[in-house]
Ligand binder design. Structure first.
Ligand SMILES: [Zn+2]
Ligand SMILES: [Zn+2]
Length: 267
């Protein structure tokens, strides 16, 4: 059911127009557009259908923006997660699929994950932005969101609401638990859908690596606690959709990721 990856266009760093690596967990045809979240009756046959998640690498850092789409017989619900710098390929996909995203969720507020927020809102209208409270100030502060160091100060407006540990977010029939997983940054979160085994992990965990912990607001000990937590709480089959690079699974990273060996004692 999961794991079918579809590659549309090239996605080499720096040459990204139309680049879209789409991870499809289900078909995406049909359905009229419903801009707002609503609950789906349990009798709906689509209630157990997995979400379709499109991966769109954006900007020089090739940050993965995710377009999460959940279908029901009534239509499609959609979130944008981490719209990075130069989000035109993401906007093109939204238009092509005829989607009406209902919110922008941010795994954290480094510039490469928030750089497209303003442009998205200019194109699609104002959307609720959600981010962990610990990074509220990052949005408007290039020094904190690290864009200061890239020679191009980047900001976005402050979030409308926060994401808190343990909170459950609903998108159509899917249920996403917010895990506060700080370390790379103080307000990093992982969005975990248990029934379909999907974790959108931001810059916590990558295929074969982990997020950087050498920034002024990073915390190595918090990073270890967060990584131990996801290894403990998320089953091996959980598909991890990271902030950069290809998708992986908790099991594969537990087995082969050099940063996760020896109870994380090696760094
Ligand atoms: Zn980051
Ligand atoms: Zn990043």
């Amino acid at each position: 059911m999961r794991g079918m990856e579809e590659v549309v266009g090239a996605s080499s760093p720096g040459t990204l127009p139309n680049a879209c690596r789409c991870e499809r967990t289900a078909g995406s045809a049909g359905g009229r557009i419903l801009p707002h979240r609503r609950s789906v009756p349990l009798s709906d046959p689509a209630v157990h259908r997995p979400p379709t998640i499109h991966t769109v690498p954006l900007g020089e850092t090739q940050t993965n923006a995710y377009l999460v789409v959940v279908e029901s017989s009534e239509g499609r619900d959609c979130w944008i997660v981490d719209p990075g710098v130069d989000p035109q390929p993401l906007l093109d996909l939204v238009r092509r699929e005829g989607l009406a995203p209902s919110a922008i969720l941010l795994t954290h507020a480094h510039y490469d994950h928030i750089g497209g927020v303003d442009e998205i809102e200019r194109a699609l209208g104002r959307l609720p932005i959600r981010l962990h409270e610990a990074e509220r100030a990052f949005c408007e502060t290039p020094l904190l969101n690290l864009s200061m160091f890239g020679g191009r100060p980047i900001t976005c407006r402050s979030p409308d609401a926060t994401l808190s540990d343990g909170e459950e977010l609903h998108l159509g029939s899917t249920r996403w638990r917010v895990l506060h997983t700080p370390g790379h940054s103080p307000g990093s979160v992982t969005l975990y859908e248990a029934r379909h085994g999907i974790a959108i992990a931001g810059d916590l965990l990558f295929a074969g690596s982990i997020g950087r912990i050498d920034f002024p607001t990073s915390d190595a000990e918090a990073m270890k606690r967060s990584l131990r937590r996801v290894l403990e709480e998320l089953p091996d089959a959980t598909r991890v959709l990271p902030g950069h690079g290809p998708a992986t699974t908790i099991g594969e990273e537990r087995r082969a990721n050099p940063f996760l060996q020896d109870d994380l004692q090696g760094w």
